[in-house]
Write a protein that binds this ligand. Sequence first.
Ligand code: NAD
Length: 515
Amino acid sequence: MLSSFLNNNMASKTFHVAKTIFKHSQPYFYPVINGRRFSTAIASGDNEPSFLDSVQIYFNEAAKISGVSEKTLSHMDAPDCSLKVTFPIEVEDDKVEILTGYRVHHSRHLLPVKGGIRFSPRVEEQEVAALAALMTYKCAIVDVPFGGAKGGICIDPKRFTLAQLERITRRYTVELCQKAFIGPGVDVPAPDMGTGAREMAWIMDTFRQFHPNDVNSIGCVTGKPISLGGVRGRNEATGLGVYYGVREFLSYPEVQNATGLSEKIEGKRIVIQGFGKVGYWAAKFFEKNGAKIIGIGERDCGAYNPNGINIEDLYDHLVKTGTFQGASDIDIIDDTLKILELDCDILIPAALERQINLGNATKINAKIVGEAANGPITPAANNILIEKGIVILPDLLLNAGGVTVSYFEWLKNLSHMRFGRMTKKWDELGKSKLVELVENNVGRHLTESERKSIVQGAEERDLVYSGLEDTMVAACQETRSTAVTKNIDFRTAAFVNAIQKIANVYEGSGMMFMA
Ligand code: NAD
């Protein structure tokens, strides 16, 4: 049973001091409480390990049982290269602000490296490094043949006009071009918090100016608008991947036994923190498949309706007014963090890192926490949740739908052709012939809509959804298999699988320069 192997694992778990990989990163020591080790923080995530150190702690735990040699692990662990740029932007007449941007390549064992670009006032070197490391492991888990990277600019995008945002994005891209930190064969960014298709289009256009003869220049970034080489299904990919992942884990008997939940999505009570690209689409797919979204948290407040929130209505209201306040058919929760403590079946943090920490972990009332955001649970909170019997579906697996479909977009850009264009009509013809044969033999003719549903060839979006579903299900099954075999939790299992796959590339390619 999952609960027993989780508990067995946790009982034997000991944290060691997080290894420092950045010189300003502090090691953390964990006091032992009731036989378990916790951070020295009592009430908030602020005194707990940094996000970077949290990733390190999870990596170390998995590394110990991965069977991979120390020298390969130490190479894998350290970020390959890190870029920090500062550049000026004119905000008003005669007034200039100096902005700071980052791009970290965690592992270039496979090229290009891949990872989002974040615009947020919280962006700093350690956060970017942690996200880059997660990208390395995430790509390995879903068999996307890329290394891991991440980037960001330390700005609050809401403070800038559209024209200023365009200038900032283009200027940052110029820096990336000059330092060879972008290109279809080197580094392919994507959207993350605070960025979207619009910013990706600006990045692509800027890169194109620097590489006018590169026939593949459009593949320098993913998450673009469809008209500029984007792929259908990318907008919703991360949220849809979260849905596929939760559905898959719910189908495992050991998860049902540990949580008391049935395998059905229908009727499940879901709470989501963050109603942006990931949170909105995850909510849409859960709602479409019969779940009730009973709570959603945003920056300023939360929305609550025990009978289920109408997702499209609330989203329209948020887009129009910038807040949930004043929306119909919901109660407002003023303290937005309280949304995380609602009694529910599945809690989906889809906003920021370190939202579930020593300050609130004991108050979490969900049976499953599905990490749609990167790093939403601190290591100490992770242990508390597991001890409470809560099943955690880890970020590096659950939110990998975005990078999976980004990979499809990159392939589309390199092939210069929409998926399905060469095969759709051919498939329809073959299926029509088969249907006719069956109709003639059984003596019944299909209605027009029956015929259409059977013979219709796949559109680009159908193929993307199908590829995404297959990828997520396979990655969940691999993770489950390692968790059961090694008697470990799903996060450690996902890390173990990633480490082993990356080690195969390192060792097989001779990257270690071994004697
Ligand atoms: P986004 O900017 O589109 O949405 C984030 C949302 O969270 C916004 O609506 C914002 O207002 C809200 N938010 C911010 N602070 C909050 C707070 N304190 N409480 C509640 N809500 C808050 O970003 P996104 O692309 O949806 O990314 C969300 C998370 O998912 C991030 O951790 C990101 O790294 C991760 N992620 C994103 C993708 C992707 O494809 N976009 C892929 C993998 C992982």
